[in-house]
Design a protein around this ligand. Structure first.
Ligand SMILES: [Zn+2]
Ligand SMILES: [Zn+2]
Length: 213
């Protein structure tokens, strides 16, 4: 810990900094007070700092801040958030274990409702904001206004964990590793026995055997 020269100023600084880094807030003040009907934003947040990070499948490492670019529009009092989310990740090829670094993108859309609506939906604010496991699906498509803004981070992470591709290959025709000797067959045949010169007449049989395995 560094010595604190001006404790009040320092704690103010820290609380500001923490909220900016850890939580992505989209400020809706201008829309809420009627001065604008559109807010354009370009933000990013550190997924690893988010509670939902564990929802990503094993072996997926999010390598840079999740970027969220979009807008909030207000149409006659109905607010909608539309954004494009980009997530960069590192993983290993499912066949040959080569390093893979990729980015995937998806659309993120939510309706935004005033804070008081959360209470009106029964159960009060705490229920609506708490674990969404037992709440109905429609609630997950809604963001509620809080502190004159919305905090879509957790919903974005939930969607990202579902959107991430289920398979990862370094390339479509990745040859994988030899099941016997473990050599990376993308670098050429391993010569450990499986790929010996085969008499043309036996090739069909070899194919059958390969399929059988
Ligand atoms: Zn591969
Ligand atoms: Zn081999």
């Amino acid at each position: 810990m560094e010595p604190v020269k001006n404790p009040i100023k320092n704690s103010e600084k820290n609380s500001e900094k923490n909220s900016a880094e850890k939580t992505m807030k989209i400020d809706l003040t201008t829309v809420l007070n009627g001065r604008a009907d559109r807010i354009i934003f370009d933000k990013s947040f550190d997924a690893k700092e988010s509670e939902g990070y564990c929802m990503f499948p094993d072996g997926i490492d999010i390598t840079s801040p999740v970027r969220v670019v979009g807008e909030v529009t207000d149409k006659n009092g109905c607010m909608f958030l539309n954004a494009r989310v980009s997530v960069s990740y590192h993983t290993l090829c499912d066949r040959c274990l080569a390093d893979i670094d990729r980015t995937f993108s998806f659309d993120f859309e939510r309706m935004i409702l005033p804070e008081e609506d959360a209470a009106a939906r029964g159960g009060g604010l705490d229920d609506a904001r708490g674990d969404s496991d037992d709440s109905d699906d429609s609630i997950e498509e809604i963001l509620y206004v809080k502190e004159s803004g919305v905090f879509p981070e957790e919903s974005i992470i939930e969607d990202a964990a579902l959107e991430i591709p289920p398979y990862h290959l370094c390339r479509d025709d990745c040859a994988g590793l030899c099941p016997r000797c473990g050599k990376n067959l993308n670098d050429g045949a391993c010569g450990c026995g499986e790929k010996k010169e085969i008499h043309p007449e036996l090739k069909k049989l070899q194919k059958l055997l390969d399929n059988f395995e």
